[in-house]
Design a binder for this molecule. Sequence first.
Ligand SMILES: *Cc1c(COP(=O)(O)O)cnc(C)c1O
Length: 387
Amino acid sequence: MKTTFPLNRFRNLKTPFYYYDLDRLKKILGTVSRISGTYGYPVHYALKANANDRILELIKMQGFGADCVSGYEIRKALSCGFSPSRIFFAGVGKADWEIRLGLESGIGCFNCESIQELQVINEMASSLKTNAPISIRINPNVDAKTHHYITTGIEENKFGINAWEWEEVARLIHSSENLIFKGLHFHIGSQITSMDVFKGLCNRVNEISEWFINQKLFPEILDMGGGLGIDYSIGSSADPDFETYFSLFHKHLRLQPGQQVHFEPGRALVAQSGSLISRVLFVKKGIKTNFAILDAGMTELIRPALYQAFHPIENLTSDGQPEPYDVVGPICESSDCFGKAVTLAETRRGDLIAIRHAGAYGETMSSSYNLREKVQTYYSDEIPENV
Ligand SMILES: *Cc1c(COP(=O)(O)O)cnc(C)c1O
């Protein structure tokens, strides 16, 4: 299912803007809900991928929980009506107010990433005369084989608790009166495209779960995190292979009675539903290729600048001969480039350009660098007739 654009309506809109195809989103949510449901796996959507109200509303209606990595995201999830018990809170650096918010609103689980964090949560829970449900975010030392900036599960990364601290963690949990041990959490990276990586993770999770059971800590929840990648290549419109993904965990995890497997996808749910629509400001001669200079930049979609990410780019309004262009933004940084030698139909000033699969980590990572202002967001069911 590929997004087609209401072009005649786009022509009148101020660019750049984000465009979300809600039918595409609903289809993916339905697929994930159906397949995860057959295994009884609860799904928590990672808000940081895209936190627009309308998108969150659809995700909540589908029955998913929320995976948050800040107090601001917890507030957002609560205000959107996610049930507190289905809000999980991860992150290496939780501020006191964020922990207090989580405790006072009764969230389902704190996914804890250091010994000191466990101590602080225990103290704060005690002073609020409550108990804190906690899972341990494990650093399993499994390489996600993705870009090093979005690899989170090898020992050198700041995320999770490494093996050499697990004994101390186990002792601490047993001696902390206000901590309720729920389980183990794993999130080893993002945009993971090799199913073998997830298989390797399952094998590690089996060993680690057993280790904790031997320490008399029974992990009811085995939270496998997110990370499932999407196909960013040109012309691609296929959904991620959710069948293979979920069945792999079913096949390779050795569950004890009473254990439940959770997931926290972000990108895989929302990436393909979003596009960044931009206008060409100028075309300028380069050495090998011409530059197509857009009115959108790294301020609206930082992924290419930040981790050399690739996005399919299309000229929506030209049917000229294909030519290579370096597609760049207006921001004063050389990394403000959406793609090099991108083949586009012959491009002129004023043409509309779509940068596809920008629904995840686009709008949520936008910034005001160069004092730019936040751009508009449009949904497929509410594009205005005349603007
Ligand atoms: C970012 C994040 C996710 C979602 O990652 P995706 O690659 O978007 O699926 C899930 N869990 C945690 C803890 C995260 O930080």
